[in-house]
Write a protein of this length. Structure first.
Length: 224
């Protein structure tokens, strides 16, 4: 247990010896733990019984260009809630956020997982340049490119079978023409329109993940 975790459990939540709480490690489901020792700098939890089995999300990645701090936090939070396996910040030609603190975003993802009752914690990868990611892309993973220049009726998932996939969201300024042209030539990439209006980057991330999860993920078909 880290010092920060001890402070939260015993200082903020005011748990003491004998109190119980659910815990998870991202691999073996959710368990009931009882506080055996509580201190300002650490403590001891005793695992008593299993509560829920491990529930992993579909093999879906979210690639997004970082934006303003609060809105980047929002994207990470909603990606965890909606169920992704990996979160990958990408640097595009028009990305206007040059510094990305991976440790802070990973901590934010952990908070989101705790709040929504998830038993899986997606990895927040280090920021990487889009062109380098595409050059080494695993071709068995479909890349769903959300193009703000293709506003219209949501489409792009027809004919795509469930399997490894990634959703790519561009920066506030959109993709450059060079990036858009390269994505259009890739055999594993397909364009997804997100409706008749141009969405903000954080809204687009949520919309795209919802569409994929409802059609190909673990949500099942959307009721009609």
């Amino acid at each position: 247990m880290s010092r920060e975790q001890a402070h939260y459990l015993f200082g903020v939540m005011r748990l003491g010896a004998g109190d119980s709480l659910p815990v998870f490690n991202g691999r073996q489901g959710e368990w009931l733990a009882v506080v055996a020792e509580a201190g300002k700098r650490g403590g001891v939890l005793e695992i008593t019984q299993a509560l829920r089995p491990q529930a992993n999300p579909p093999d879906l990645w979210l690639l997004f260009a970082p934006i303003k701090k609060a809105r980047t936090d929002f994207i990470v939070e909603k990606a965890v809630e909606l169920g992704v396996a990996r979160i990958q910040p990408v640097m595009t030609e028009f990305t206007n956020s040059e510094r990305v603190r991976q440790d802070r975003l990973q901590a934010h993802a952990l908070e989101a997982a705790e709040q929504c009752g998830a038993t899986y914690l997606p990895e927040v990868a280090e920021a990487a340049r889009l062109d380098r990611l595409l050059a080494n892309w695993p071709e068995e993973r479909a890349l769903i490119f959300c193009d703000e220049g293709a506003a219209g009726t949501p489409a792009g998932l027809d004919g795509l079978a469930p399997g490894p996939a990634a959703v790519l969201i561009g920066p506030e300024g959109g993709f450059s023409e060079v990036e858009r042209a390269r994505l259009g030539r890739l055999p594993f990439a397909r364009t997804l329109s997100l409706g008749p209006r141009i969405l903000r980057a954080d809204t687009a991330a949520v919309a795209a993940l919802v569409l994929w999860q409802a059609r190909l993920g673990d949500w099942g078909e959307v009721p009609r």
